[in-house]
Design a protein around this ligand. Structure first.
Ligand SMILES: *Cc1c(COP(=O)(O)O)cnc(C)c1O
Length: 357
C-alpha cells in the first residue's frame, strides 16, 4: 500500500519527512558500534537467573512502581536517601517523559552538539523546539556560546551527557556548574557511561532545585533489559511520573535487573576490564600513523582518520562493525567511533584497521 491516501492526509509532515532510527544488522560481524558490554554473566549465575525468570508471574501485570527493583538500585547505586527514583524503558523513555512534561508552548530543549541524538529526535516527536550548541574544537563546552544560547532561548531543559557521546570526554565540572547557575530551567546530567567515568553528580542532586541525574544499565552489561533511571528530588519525580505509562518496566526486566544488581560486583569487574582495555586501545590507536584518537571516559573511543568512509567500509568487509560519524559533519568529519570490547575483539578491530589504512 505504498500510495495509501490516508498516510499523506493524516501523518504529521515532520514525521513523514523522517526515516526511522536505523540500526544496522550486525549479522556475523564483530559488533563494536553500539557501546554494548561484550561480557555476559558467568554460567552459574545465568542458571540462577533462569530460575528467577521461571518463577515470574507472566499472567500478571508487573509491579507498576517496581518497588523491589527501586530499592535494589537505591542500595547498589548509593542513591542519596532524600532523592527519589523514576524508572524508564531505557533512559530514552526518561528523556521522553521529561520533554513531554515540560512541553509548554514555546518551550525549548537545549544540548551541546555533537551529542546524543535522541534529545533532538524526541523534541521533534513532542513538537518542542530544540537548540544544539556547538562544542569547542577540543570538545569542551564552549561557555561563551552556551551562556549566549541560554540567555537567548531560555531553555526549559538542558541535557548534558557526562561523559559526552560521541566525543567520549567529560565536560569540566566548573563548566557544568556554570550551566546550572545560568540555566532558567532544568539541567539533566546524563550519566549513561558512569561505570567507565567513575565520576557522578548523584550526590549533588539535592544541592540544586534544577538538577536531576539520569542513568541506564545499558552500557554496563544489560542493554537487552531496557532500563534507565532518573535520580532527583521527589518533586521532579512526582511530575515526570504522571506521564509515565503505568507498566513501563516489564516483569522480565524487573526480575532480571534485580538479579543482576544483586551480583553487581560482576558488572563492576567487567567495567574495570573495559576501562583497562580502553587505555591500551587508545595508546595503540595513537601510535598508528594517520590516526588521531581522542581521550575517553566512556566505553568507546572516537578517532579521526584521513578517509573515514573508506576505513569504515574496509573494516566492515573485514568483518568488523563500528560507527561512522563522518556523515554528521562538522567536528566529526572523518571521525569513527569504536566500542571498547574484549582484548580479542579489540585486537580484531586493530588488525582490520591496520589493513585498511
Ligand atoms: C546510550 C545512551 C543513552 C540511552 O540509553 P538507553 O537506556 O539504552 O535508552 C542515553 N544517553 C546517552 C548519552 C547514551 O549514549
Amino acid at each position: 500500500m505504498a500510495d495509501n491516501p490516508y498516510i499523506k492526509k493524516l501523518v504529521r509532515e515532520d514525521i513523514s519527512a523522517l526515516s526511522a532510527y536505523h540500526v544496522p544488522d550486525a549479522g556475523k560481524l564483530v559488533k563494536l558500534d553500539a557501546m554494548e558490554n561484550p561480557y555476559q554473566l558467568p554460567d552459574e549465575l545465568k542458571q540462577q537467573w533462569l530460575e528467577k525468570l521461571g518463577n515470574a508471574d507472566l499472567n500478571r501485570y508487573p509491579d507498576p512502581s517496581a518497588k523491589r527493583l527501586k530499592q535494589q538500585l537505591r542500595k547498589v547505586m548509593k542513591v542519596p536517601p532524600n532523592a527519589e527514583l523514576l524508572l524508564g524503558n531505557g533512559s530514552d523513555e526518561i528523556i521522553q517523559m521529561i520533554i513531554m512534561a515540560l512541553a509548554k508552548d514555546g518551550a525549548v530543549v537545549m544540548a551541546p552538539e555533537p551529542g546524543f541524538v535522541m534529545y533532538k529526535m524526541i523534541s521533534l516527536f513532542c513538537k518542542v523546539d530544540y537548540v544544539g550548541v556547538p562544542l569547542a574544537d577540543d570538545f569542551s563546552l564552549d561557555m561563551t556560546a552556551m551562556r549566549e544560547a541560554i540567555s537567548q532561548h531560555q531553555p526549559a531543559v538542558i541535557f548534558l551527557a557526562w561523559p559526552n557521546n560521541p566525543t567520549g570526554n567529560l565536560f569540566a565540572e566548573a563548566d557544568i556548574l556554570d550551566v546550572i547557575a545560568n540555566a532558567p530551567g532544568l539541567v539533566v546530567i546524563d550519566e549513561a557511561y558512569t561505570s567507565f567515568a567513575e565520576v557522578s553528580f548523584i550526590n549533588r542532586v539535592n544541592e540544586f532545585d534544577n538538577v536531576v541525574v539520569m542513568r541506564t544499565v545499558s552500557k554496563s552489561g544489560l542493554a537487552g533489559l531496557r532500563l534507565g533511571y532518573l535520580v532527583g528530588s521527589p518533586s521532579w519525580c512526582n511530575e515526570f511520573n504522571k506521564v509515565r505509562l503505568p507498566y513501563n518496566i516489564n516483569i522480565l526486566t524487573q526480575v532480571s535487573a534485580e538479579f543482576a544488581l544483586q551480583h553487581n560486583d560482576v558488572l563492576d569487574e567487567q567495567a574495570a576490564s573495559i576501562r583497562q582495555a580502553r587505555t591500551a586501545l587508545l595508546d595503540t590507536l595513537n601510535a598508528m600513523p594517520g590516526v588521531e584518537a581522542y581521550p575517553s571516559a566512556a566505553n568507546f573511543i572516537l578517532f579521526k582518520v584521513s578517509d573515514a568512509d573508506a576505513v569504515f567500509n574496509s573494516l566492515k568487509q573485514q568483518g568488523v562493525l563500528i560507527k561512522n560519524m563522518h556523515p554528521t559533519g562538522g567536528v566529526l568529519e572523518n571521525c569513527l567511533r569504536v566500542t571498547v570490547s574484549t582484548p580479542q575483539e579489540n585486537q580484531a578491530f586493530l588488525d582490520a584497521l591496520k589493513a585498511s589504512l
